[in-house]
Design a protein around this ligand. Structure first.
Ligand code: DQQ
Length: 502
């Protein structure tokens, strides 16, 4: 049976690729959708494609009261390397999405015939334009909205609008345009990596959003601190005098991820003074930011697969869009990354407890035996102590009855790190099991964790400062949860747990 399934995939995939059509054969579509629906690990509250492959969020825009999410999509079983389309969905509240038809497909013979890669939306005179990269080679394209629901698109007949990288610059990538207004002109930033392996955003200007000329790099990672290639940039004002640059690439320690920089923008150049990661885990990538109609800067990211390709194919789907997060500068001038208010609308049945002293390595928590829910927990140092010292404390989640499978989310006061440990999360060998960590100096403050569990996806927010995403694939029910503290006791001032429903 398994062989037959793989053969159907292979032949179906081959046919789809040869024909380069917008949809795979109906039986293959149906088979993948059925498999996706019956996979117990597929998130229910997060956005996923109906089946097959999804990667980067694209073209995020809030238009006439609807949020529109476009995304890199392939209906080919072979996933990551297949021809890419733009999938499309819309929502009133950022959480409940309606699937819409594919928005952009490769032209039969045009310069984007091998794939529609990532890009972003720009609203001009009450209409939306999409700037994206067509391949191969990587060039920049433009498409115009044809209806208020953003369902139909017309590609600009003069495409590509940026036909080649700037002369005399050796680039290793040239993709994922982002557009903004600068005085009377428009600017476009294109993700790149230039000679000597420096990540860069190349800048272009235009008077009409169609004809573009090179203005030099918006930003070059001269000290090679971040990445040799910047992908998926977003560039927009964060406050009246500060700009936000978001990009993805290889961040420190060789791992991949999405980062932000905050700084001043003047004369086509960006000078950052602060940087950080949008998410501490390498499960989260290709984040895109946009401003909604109420002025909030919101971010969605792609939660990348951590299962083997065979497992992804046999489950019929791959790739998740993160919950929406808001980024802003708080009253102390620090960057805040937190879930959007709308998340509270998912809450239903609640369990709560107060003033628990935790001193053991496993203090079981009644209340929720589910793989879906929200936990809001505040940890304080034990009375009389100022700050945490050498405790490691937090939660054990997705724990099986015998404890063989479990995931630990905790704070390590000694190293001042938030730790997401999935090294024992599953008995299945074909899933990633590692430890993801991120810096979090509490400076004598209590720790508040807000955690969302949605089957295989866990999203964690700590003190509204940093976020982390982790996917786990236990083979058993693994629905128990517990609190723990090692190396000293801590106080759980309050813990609230909600069931979550759409
Ligand atoms: N994915 C897209 C590219 C982008 C990369 C292709 C990032 O445009 O740079 O699917 O995940």
């Amino acid at each position: 049976m398994k062989h037959l399934f793989l053969n159907v995939h292979f032949v179906g995939g081959l046919l789809c690729n040869l024909l380069a059509i917008a949809a795979c054969s109906q039986p293959l579509q149906d088979m993948y959708k059925e498999r996706a629906l019956s996979d117990p690990h597929r998130p229910i509250l997060h956005f996923t494609a109906p089946a097959f492959w999804l990667n980067d969020p694209n073209g995020l825009v809030h238009y006439k009261g609807d949020y529109h999410l476009f995304y890199q999509y392939s209906d080919r079983p072979e996933g990551p390397d297949a021809v890419k389309y733009w999938g499309h969905a819309r929502s009133k509240d950022l959480l409940r999405w309606e699937h819409l038809p594919l928005a952009l497909s490769p032209s039969k013979e045009g310069a984007d015939s091998i794939g529609i890669w990532s890009g972003s939306a720009y609203k001009h005179n009450d209409s939306v334009m999409m700037f994206y990269t067509g391949v191969f080679p990587e060039r920049q394209f433009l498409a115009f909205q044809q209806d208020h629901n953003l369902i139909h698109w017309r590609k600009y007949e003069g495409n590509p609008i940026v036909a080649a990288p700037p002369p005399n610059t050796s680039v290793i990538s040239f993709r994922d345009p982002t557009v903004w207004k600068d005085g009377n002109m428009w600017m476009m930033g294109i993700g790149s990596g230039i000679s000597d392996q420096k990540g860069a955003i190349l800048g272009y200007e235009s008077r009409d959003l169609i004809n573009w000329s090179y203005t030099g790099p918006l930003y070059v990672d001269e000290n090679k601190e971040e990445s040799y290639v910047f992908e998926c940039p977003s560039f927009l004002p964060l406050t009246s005098n500060l700009h936000l640059l978001l990009f993805s690439g290889h961040v420190k320690n060789g791992r991949t991820g999405s980062s932000y920089m905050i700084g001043k923008y003047k004369n086509h150049r960006f000078v950052p003074h602060q940087r950080g990661v949008v998410d501490i885990s390498s499960d989260f990538y290709a984040a895109q930011a946009f401003q909604d109609e109420s002025g909030r800067i919101l971010i969605f990211g792609w939660i990348k697969p951590v299962r083997s390709e065979t497992l992804q194919q046999s489950s019929g789907w791959s790739g998740v869009i993160s919950f929406p997060r808001q980024i802003s500068i708080d009253k102390n001038g620090d960057v805040s990354i937190r879930p959007v208010e709308e998340m509270k609308s998912l809450r239903s049945e609640q369990f709560e407890a107060h003033n628990l002293q935790i001193s053991s390595s496993l203090q079981a928590l009644p209340g929720l035996h589910d793989n879906r829910g929200e936990i809001l927990v505040r940890f304080d140092p034990i009375k009389g102590r100022r700050g945490f010292v050498n405790e490691r404390f937090g939660l054990i989640l997705r724990r099986s009855n015998d404890g063989q499978e479990q995931t630990r989310i905790y704070y390590d006061a000694l190293t001042k790190k938030l730790v997401m440990d999935r090294s024992t999360s599953s008995l299945e060998e074909r899933v990633l099991k590692n430890i993801e960590t991120g810096d979090l100096d509490l400076k004598n403050e209590p720790l508040t964790l807000r955690i969302f569990m949605d089957r295989s996806v866990i999203e964690v927010f700590a003190n509204d400062k940093i976020a982390g995403t982790l996917q786990v694939y236990p083979t058993n029910d693994a629905n128990e949860m517990a609190l723990f503290s090692e190396g000293g006791a801590v106080e759980v001032t309050s813990i609230q747990i909600w069931k979550l429903n759409k």
